[in-house]
Design a protein around this ligand. Structure first.
Ligand SMILES: O=C(O)c1ccc[n+]([C@@H]2O[C@H](COP(=O)([O-])O)[C@@H](O)[C@H]2O)c1
Ligand SMILES: Cc1cc2nc[nH]c2cc1C
Length: 335
C-alpha cells in the first residue's frame, strides 16, 4: 500500500460514513501527503504579516495615504489590529516583517527587519524592484525561516499591509494571465468613483509601459512590491521546507501566483483561506484552480482570512489524530 492509500484507509476507518467529512478529508489528505505521515501536525501555527510601501501610492491609487502603512505596523505591534484579535482568539503566533516600509522603526521584539528599501520605485517611472532587490528577497526569505521562532512552524499564514498594494496585485494578475485590466482591478481600500477612474488610468499607463514583462521574475520586478516579493520568496522557501502555506486575500494570492509560476510544485503545500471581496480575487483563484475555504465578504488583508480559516484546518488534523475507528469504538462498519 502506498502512503496515499494508507491515508485514505485511515480516513475511511474513522467512525463516519465514507466521505462524510467532505473538505476536511481533502485537507487532511493534503497535509498528510506534504508531511509524509498518517498522523499530521500543525506545530506553532504562525501568521506573518509582511509590510511594504509603494512608489505608485503617490499617484493617488488608494483611498488612504501612504503613512497608514507604518501606522498600521505600530497597531500590529501594539496588539490592536484585526489580525491581533483573531490571532489571539485562535492561538496563532503573529510576526510582523518590515519588508520595505517608508519609515525607520525602533527595534521591537515582534518586528522583524527585512527591509529591502524604503518603498518601491513607482512602476510608472521604472521597475518597482531591481534585480538586486529581488535577489535580496530570496536571501532574506531563507534567513527568515531559519530564525529560532520560525523554524519549527508547520503552517505559515501569509498576510500583508501596504497602501497601494492592490494596484501591484492587479498589475501582476493582468500581466501573468494576459487578462484585461477591467477583469482584475477593484476598489482596494475603497476608492470613490473619481478615485477609481484615476486608479484605472494610472494602471493602464503602467501596463502599457511594462508590456515586455512576461516571466514571473520580470512581472514581479516591474510591479512590486517589496512585501509581495518577500511573500512569494518566503512561500517558495516554506514549501521547500515541507511547511503548509496558508494563503490570505487578493494581494497574498497574487504573490502566490508569482511563486507558483516560478515553481508549480508549491501548490501541493498551499491552502486557500477565503475569497475576498476585492473584485479580481475570484477570477485569480479560478486561474490558479484554487478552492478557498471561506467566503465572508472580507477585504482587509493582514492575514485575517488566513486566521479565520485556521480552525477549520486544525479540525482536519484533529479528526485524523483523535477520532476513533469503527474497530476501536466497536461500531459496526457498513456491510
Ligand atoms: O486581502 C485583500 O483581499 C485586500 C483587499 C483590499 C484591500 N486590502 C488591504 O488594503 C491595502 C491595499 O489597498 P489599496 O487601496 O491601498 O491598494 C493593503 O494594506 C491590503 O492589506 C486587502
Ligand atoms: C486602516 C487600514 C487598515 C488596513 N489593514 C490592511 N490594510 C489596511 C488599510 C487601512 C486603510
Amino acid at each position: 500500500m502506498n502512503l496515499l492509500q494508507e491515508i485514505q484507509q485511515k480516513i475511511d476507518q474513522k467512525t463516519k460514513p465514507i466521505g462524510a467529512l467532505g473538505e476536511l478529508e481533502n485537507l487532511a489528505k493534503q497535509i498528510c501527503m506534504v508531511q509524509e505521515t498518517t498522523s499530521p501536525s500543525l506545530k506553532n501555527p504562525t501568521i506573518i504579516v509582511f509590510a511594504g510601501d509603494h512608489g505608485l501610492a503617490k499617484e493617488g491609487v488608494s483611498a488612504y495615504p501612504q503613512e497608514v502603512t507604518f501606522q498600521m505596523v505600530y497597531n500590529f505591534l501594539n496588539g490592536g489590529a484585526a489580525i491581533n484579535v483573531f490571532s489571539r482568539q485562535h492561538d496563532l503566533n503573529l510576526k510582523v516583517v518590515d519588508a520595505g516600509v517608508n519609515f525607520d522603526f525602533e527595534p521591537h521584539p515582534d518586528l522583524i527587519d527585512m527591509k529591502i528599501g524604503k518603498g518601491t520605485e513607482s512602476s510608472l517611472r521604472g521597475n518597482a524592484l531591481n534585480a538586486d532587490q529581488i535577489s535580496d528577497c530570496f536571501d532574506k526569505a531563507k534567513a527568515l525561516l531559519e530564525r529560532d521562532d520560525l523554524k519549527d512552524v508547520d503552517i505559515v499564514g501569509f498576510g500583508e499591509m501596504g497602501i497601494g498594494n492592490t494596484s501591484s496585485a492587479t498589475l501582476i494578475m493582468s500581466a501573468l494571465y494576459q487578462l484585461r485590466l477591467d477583469e482584475c482591478i477593484g476598489k482596494g481600500t475603497g476608492v470613490d468613483p473619481e478615485g477609481f477612474k484615476r486608479k484605472y488610468d494610472v494602471l493602464e499607463k503602467v501596463l502599457e509601459k511594462h508590456q515586455g514583462a512576461t516571466s514571473p521574475e520580470q512581472i514581479l520586478s516591474a510591479f512590486g512590491g517589496f512585501e509581495i516579493a518577500m511573500i512569494a520568496t518566503t512561500m517558495l522557501e516554506a514549501a521547500s521546507k515541507g511547511k503548509m502555506i496558508l494563503v490570505d486575500g487578493f494581494i497574498v494570492t497574487a504573490a502566490y501566483a508569482i511563486a507558483k509560476a516560478m515553481n508549480p510544485e508549491i501548490q501541493k503545500n498551499a491552502i486557500f483561506s477565503h475569497v475576498s471581496d476585492e473584485k479580481g480575487h475570484r477570477l485569480l483563484l479560478q486561474k490558479l484552480e484554487a478552492h478557498p475555504l471561506l467566503q465572508l465578504g472580507m477585504r482587509l488583508g493582514e492575514g485575517t482570512g488566513a486566521a479565520m480559516a485556521f480552525p477549520i484546518i486544525q479540525s482536519a488534523v484533529n479528526f485524523m489524530n483523535e477520532m476513533a475507528s469503527f474497530e476501536s469504538a466497536n461500531v459496526s462498519d457498513k456491510e
